[in-house]
Design a protein. Structure first.
Length: 89
């Protein structure tokens, strides 16, 4: 199966009306057979620029999509995150 991935950091938007900035982080899985799994987190205000909240949301959304794929995917993702040493393999 060919899977294309794209990493796009969320943009913080603030309109002229003085509304709080917001950003959305999404993790998606699409395959050629039309299967689509998506998990996302919406950030508002100061959360849009908080690296810790971003990291937590990224981890949770990635694990959510893996869980939607099934137990084997969820377990594999959990093991990879737990063993991550900061270097790509």
């Amino acid at each position: 199966m060919n899977v294309e991935t794209e990493i796009t950091p969320p943009d913080t938007d603030e309109d002229d009306g003085g509304h709080l900035p917001s950003a959305r982080l999404s993790v998606n899985f699409l395959d050629v057979d039309g299967v689509h799994h998506d998990a996302g987190v919406q950030f508002f205000g100061e959360d849009t620029t908080d690296p810790e909240k971003f990291a937590e949301a990224l981890l949770r959304t990635a694990l959510a999509v893996a869980s939607l794929r099934g137990g084997d995917y969820s377990w594999a993702a959990f093991q990879r995150f737990a063993a991550y040493d900061g270097m790509p393999s």
